[in-house]
Design a protein around this ligand. Structure first.
Ligand SMILES: NCC(=O)CCC(=O)O
Ligand SMILES: [Mg+2]
Length: 353
């Protein structure tokens, strides 16, 4: 065969009807454009679809009541007081978004070197989980496990002599996961990239009798410039010292992503994640093809900001770019996407029927 996909080139040799009826007509047997000639035809051959079931909506929390505060670098995204987060959870439910994710802006006065607020059973995240579950028990809630929203230095772990301590950090992460699980969240999502944390958290949950708690591990999380606006949203942008390259992955690597994912699955992860999203679609595809696990991608704050900013400048059709970017994750093999576009995309999907 001369070509791998489609009709073999040899078929060109079969006798063709006289095409002189149309001046300048090419002698083509195969015309891929036929399948694109109308919307109904395109729908018929469409290989991937995005639905509201594919969306996880990350929300930012802030102390107070009746409060919404714009995140400057993420147009259209607000930090929400707990009561406002409950309203948004209701909105998510009405939009049939299956799951929300919660991230706190921690007041600087509550941040310390050890990130101790992370293990406070009454911290902002735990308060929000309880309030949302009380009113809407049927929506899924994912809680991130990492210390960066709580540490004065903005790192995901404990530091000694400028080094991020792995095993000591894992012990704290287990306690953080437990307070969140006990508050009533459904999915624990370790995003810290410490080695061995999934096994330790799984063991901690099992010991506490929380055997049904799902773990979605940020298994392949890269040290990325695209997290900038998120750090602004949770208030760690100004305080972060140095970078996270001793624990988050080098963006040059993909084999390493497979090794990370394999470990997390062996340690008890139910679902795995690749992060960021769009610049790492090749990794999503490799992970899905290799492990056939529920695989998620995080379309991170910088990806959101790029599209939102270009749209606000009139440089892009924002809605089309949003939908195209989300569909790309499905095409790459993702089972779902964490995206700040989730409510907007869900509204559009529901309007389309
Ligand atoms: N652990 C969650 C994140 O780091 C989110 C990053 C982003 O949205 O940029
Ligand atoms: Mg790992």
């Amino acid at each position: 065969m001369a070509i791998k996909y489609g009709r073999p080139i040899e078929l060109r040799e079969v006798s063709r009807r006289d095409s002189t009826a149309v001046p300048h007509a090419l002698d083509l047997t195969v015309r891929p454009r036929r399948n694109r000639k109308a919307e109904w035809a395109r729908r018929m051959v469409r290989e991937n679809v995005l639905t509201t079931d594919d969306l996880i909506w990350p929300l930012f929390l802030i102390d107070g009541t009746n409060k919404r505060e714009q995140v400057a670098s993420m147009p259209g995204v607000d930090r929400l007081s707990v009561d406002e987060a409950v309203r948004e959870a209701e909105r998510a439910m009405k939009l049939t978004i299956p799951c929300i994710a919660l991230f706190p802006y921690t007041d600087p006065s509550l941040r310390d070197e050890e990130g101790s607020e992370a293990t406070n059973p009454n911290n902002l995240v735990c308060q929000a989980v309880r309030a949302i579950k009380k009113e809407f028990p049927e929506i899924g809630i994912l809680c991130d496990v990492a210390l960066d929203p709580f540490t004065s230095h903005g790192h995901d772990g404990l530091i000694s002599d400028g080094k991020i301590l792995n095993d000591e950090t894992v012990a704290v992460l287990v306690r953080q996961a437990l307070v969140q699980a006990e508050a009533g969240c459904d999915i624990i999502a370790p995003s810290d990239m410490m080695d061995g944390r999934v096994a330790a958290i799984r063991e901690g949950l099992d010991r506490a009798g929380l055997i049904d708690m799902q773990i979605m591990s940020y298994a392949a999380k890269y040290a990325s410039a695209f997290y900038g606006p998120f750090r602004d949203a949770i208030g760690s942008a100004k305080t972060l010292t140095g970078d996270k390259r001793t624990y988050q992955m080098d963006s040059a690597n993909t084999d390493e992503a497979l090794r990370e994912v394999e470990l997390d699955i062996a340690e008890g992860a139910d679902m795995v994640m690749v992060k960021p999203g769009m610049p790492y679609l090749d990794v999503v595809r490799r992970v899905k093809d290799t492990f056939a696990m529920p695989t998620f991608a995080y379309q991170v704050s910088g990806e959101y900001a790029m599209i939102a900013a270009a749209a606000n400048n009139g440089w892009l059709d924002g809605e089309r770019a949003m939908m195209e970017s989300l569909l790309a994750f499905k095409r790459a093999g993702a089972d779902g996407v964490l995206s700040y576009f989730a409510p907007k995309a869900a509204e559009k999907l529901r309007a389309q029927g």
